[in-house]
Design a protein around this ligand. Structure first.
Ligand code: ADP
Ligand code: MG
Ligand code: MG
Length: 252
């Protein structure tokens, strides 16, 4: 589904990613872990198409197509979804309106008729249950006055509505109390299937107690220093990130 080859990227002229190789197949969950400032969000934003981040070398292929050639909205229409580390508030735009418009764009792409507000209400009702959110959040402006945890749940609600092929979840666990973490994780698990893939960016191991990744990658200073199975997250928890940089050689 996603093949990243020797990806170098910068923001504001500053080199952030320094040669990333990553292969994600349908049905897989990949966790990207690493210290603050290592480039985790940058990696997710580059894949989603954030305009401030520039690819300076290497390639990202999504279903065989060069992602760099696609505008962010085209990526979204082709099934790439990003849940932000810091979801933005959008005054004046209702949450249900944003989700319905986005979802209808996807339906259009697939040759399906758009849902009217009432039809969408039925459709989204099921999704609300998944993240244990009240319908009142649909009528509020996007993220306006939402608590940290509510914003993160709302991101996963968007994911549930849009049913993406590739989900980039950036620190969806941060700012969640233990109950919200469980709810959000269970929601993500229910949305994870053989036809889609998830890239889960996290700083802490704790969300991986709920979501079992197929692969764990450790990103330090813009490079993947180590990759392994789910047990790698536990080793990291025990030894810290310095353990990885002290014990591995990086190519390039
Ligand atoms: P992480 O998500 O792993 O904590 P980020 O990808 O957010 O790391 O950031 C990696 C580095 O890039 C940091 O040093 C950060 O300050 C820098 N960076 C990220 N975004 C910008 C930006 N818009 N302008 C300048 N520097 C940035
Ligand atoms: Mg980040
Ligand atoms: Mg979002």
């Amino acid at each position: 589904m996603l093949t990243i080859k020797n990806l170098h990227a910068e923001v504001e002229g500053e080199k952030i990613l320094r040669g990333i190789d990553l292969e994600i197949k349908a049905g897989e969950v990949h966790a990207v872990m690493g210290p603050n400032g290592s480039g985790k969000s940058t990696l997710a934003k580059i894949i989603a198409g954030h305009p401030s981040y520039e690819i300076t070398d290497g390639q990202i292929l999504y279903e065989g197509e060069d992602l760099a050639e696609m505008e962010p909205d085209e990526r979204a229409r082709k099934g790439v979804f990003m849940a932000f580390q810091y979801p933005v508030e959008i005054p004046g735009v209702s949450n249900s309106m944003l989700m319905r418009e986005s979802y209808n764009q996807l339906r259009k792409e697939n040759g399906e008729d758009p849902l009217d507000p009432l039809e969408f209400e039925d459709y989204v009702a099921e999704k609300l249950k998944l993240v244990e959110m009240d319908a009142k959040f649909l009528e509020r402006n996007v993220n306006a006055g939402f608590s940290g945890g509510e914003k993160k749940r709302n991101e996963i609600l968007q994911m549930a509505v849009l049913n993406p092929k590739l989900s980039l979840l950036d620190e969806t666990d941060s700012g969640l109390d233990i109950d919200a973490l469980r709810i959000v994780s269970e929601g993500i698990n229910k949305l994870s299937g053989k036809d889609n893939a998830i890239l889960l960016v996290t700083h802490y191991q704790r969300i991986l107690n709920y979501i079992t990744p197929d692969y764990v990658h450790v990103l330090v200073n813009g490079r993947i220093h180590k990759s392994g199975g789910k047990e790698l997250a536990l080793e990291l928890e025990e030894h810290g990130y310095e353990w990885v940089t002290a014990n591995t050689e990086v190519n390039g």
